[in-house]
Design a protein around this ligand. Structure first.
Ligand SMILES: [Zn+2]
Length: 232
């Protein structure tokens, strides 16, 4: 994937998440440039579709320093740089503050997968408990340690971090996590939610992993395309 393609896709992802009400005014998404210790990230306080363009993206190095771009990098850029540095599978990272994921963490309700398609996020999710902005190198390291191998993490009273090998995968995980948290909270109003079992999660992954891990990642590409068209 060339530079222009990464930028177009990342801007599209930001627009999708924004249209779905997940981006809010403080959200940001990033994508690594393969083979380089650099990544693109959305500018701080981007909250309208017209701000999510390839030209509006900021180029940063692995220390989280801005290299080029017109706007300002988000205050919490270190969580992106720390994850891009530390994890091979963090090709793309999102930090957003969606309502239902936040409500779950604030209420102290444990995360549980209740939608089949959220199985790739696993049976349990780590929680970053201290409510603080993630702005120093130490914060970045704490994010990497707390998240360990997870593809998503709840930040209590703050938001979520999700990642994927590709921009499409990161977008899928971000959308599905919020859908799952919303359903989990709604279900608790009328009964006791029945989470997926460990075996169901394992079966789902075994069944769809070969496709998900294929070089072209067809499932994620199709969902991304659909979301792109739906949110234009
Ligand atoms: Zn934040």
């Amino acid at each position: 994937m060339d530079d222009a393609e990464i930028k177009t896709k990342l801007a599209t992802s930001a627009r999708i998440l924004n249209r779905l009400g997940l981006f809010d005014i403080y959200g940001h998404v990033s994508a690594r440039i393969p083979g380089q210790e650099r990544f693109y990230i959305t500018a701080t306080l981007g909250s309208t579709d017209k701000e999510f363009t390839p030209e509006g993206l900021i180029l940063c190095d692995y220390a989280g320093r801005k290299i080029s771009g017109n706007g300002t990098a988000p205050l919490e850029v270190v969580l992106h740089s720390a994850l891009h540095r530390a994890r091979e599978d963090a090709g793309s990272v999102a930090h957003v503050h969606p309502f239902h994921s936040l409500a779950l963490g604030v209420a102290g309700v444990p995360y549980a997968p209740v939608i089949l398609h959220v199985a790739p996020l696993g049976f349990k999710l780590p929680v970053y408990k201290r409510r603080e902005l993630l702005i120093t190198e130490d914060h970045g390291q704490k994010v990497v340690r707390t998240m360990a191998k997870a593809r998503a993490m709840l930040l209590r009273g703050h938001g979520v971090i999700t990642l994927g090998e590709s921009i499409e995968e990161m977008t899928y995980h971000t959308v599905l996590l919020e859908e799952n948290c919303k359903l989990l909270l709604e279900a608790r109003k009328v009964g006791k939610p029945i989470p997926l079992s460990r075996a169901e999660v394992a079966d789902f992954l075994r069944m769809r992993l070969p496709e998900a891990m294929s070089p072209k990642n067809q499932r994620y590409l199709r969902v991304f395309d659909l979301l792109d068209k739906k949110t234009r």
